[in-house]
Design a protein around this ligand. Structure first.
Ligand code: G1P
Length: 288
């Protein structure tokens, strides 16, 4: 088996963000800031750190702020440049990848995560690729790189996993566990959002995937699953019958920003990382 390097990443950003209404009525959820950067930029930076060179965003209507964020902003840059504000200029567009490395595909209908990933099939072709769900936010930007490394060493599909409380299994894809050690677990199957009484474990899929293109053959069938949506997890459950899967346990500082409390936690964690002294003393005032 020839193992190819992972150079492409898919960012499904077409969701409606209903858990954050009214904030997300006219603004994409993925543009909500965590500390100074929008959620999507945190995920993008992880991909860059992992060596990804082509970035494919699966968007929808009302998401054009994401396209604009990954483009030059001429008026702003002219104003900053006239005032010689170099740091702000760097923050505005110094981090943008070379022209031609970003693609934006309209999903047209929010039919589910599996459908969103399938929409990128022509851009991925016959290569392994990453999927990053921007509402899972990792403080450590290096985890995706470890996942890519694991794929390139083994050829396995690699999925980020985490132990979650039993009562939370219905929020996640949950894996059927095989052998486990402190950093990884063999995955034997998976099921999308099972009720705690039906969950095969409490090991959840947490928003980062390295997959082989074979997944598209299963996604192509377009079966609807949990919540009436075309679920990525259902196609993974078919793929696991013919290819190996490794789950890598995510670092401790992972924040599920699909929920308001996780979003708040992420903001505190990034602020603490930036200025531990000031933020700790600020937090103490709230607790006192
Ligand atoms: C999606 C996936 C689910 C995964 C979760 C991680 O669900 O379908 O398998 O565990 O992301 O956040 P969503 O949160 O989009 O409902």
């Amino acid at each position: 088996m020839t193992i190819r390097t992972v150079k492409k990443a898919i960012f499904p950003v077409g969701g409606l963000g209903t858990r954050f209404l009214p904030a997300t009525k006219s603004m994409p959820k993925e543009m909500l800031p965590i500390h100074s950067k929008p959620m999507i930029q945190h995920a993008f930076e992880e991909a860059v750190t992992a060596g990804i060179e082509q970035f494919i965003f699966i968007t929808g209507r009302n998401k054009s702020a994401i396209n604009d964020h990954f483009d030059y902003s001429y008026e702003l840059e002219k104003a900053l440049s006239d005032k010689d504000k170099r740091i702000q200029l760097q923050e505005t567009s110094g981090w943008l990848p070379p022209a031609g490395s970003l693609a934006f595909i309209r999903q047209r209908e929010p039919l589910g995560l599996g459908h969103a990933v399938w929409c990128a099939r022509h851009f991925i072709g016959d290569e392994p690729f990453a999927v990053l769900l921007a509402d899972e936010v990792y403080l450590d930007k290096g985890f995706l790189k470890q996942m890519v490394y694991t794929h390139e060493q083994t050829g396995h599909n690699v999925i980020a996993v985490d132990d979650v409380p039993s009562e939370d299994t219905s929020r996640y894809g949950i894996v059927v566990p095989g052998d486990r050690n402190t950093t990884s677990i063999a995955i034997k199957g998976m099921i999308e959002k099972p009720h705690p009484s039906e969950a095969p474990s409490n090991v959840a899929i947490v928003g980062r995937y390295i997959l082989t293109p074979r997944i598209f053959d299963f996604l192509e069938e377009g079966h609807k699953g949990a919540g009436g949506e075309i679920q990525l997890t259902d196609s993974l459950a078919q793929l696991v019958k013919e290819q190996d899967f490794t789950g890598l346990f995510s670092p401790k500082h992972r924040y599920d920003c699909g929920h308001q409390l996780g979003y708040l936690e992420a903001n505190i964690a990034f602020a603490l990382q930036d200025d531990p002294k000031k933020v700790t003393s600020l937090l103490k005032q709230f607790i006192a």
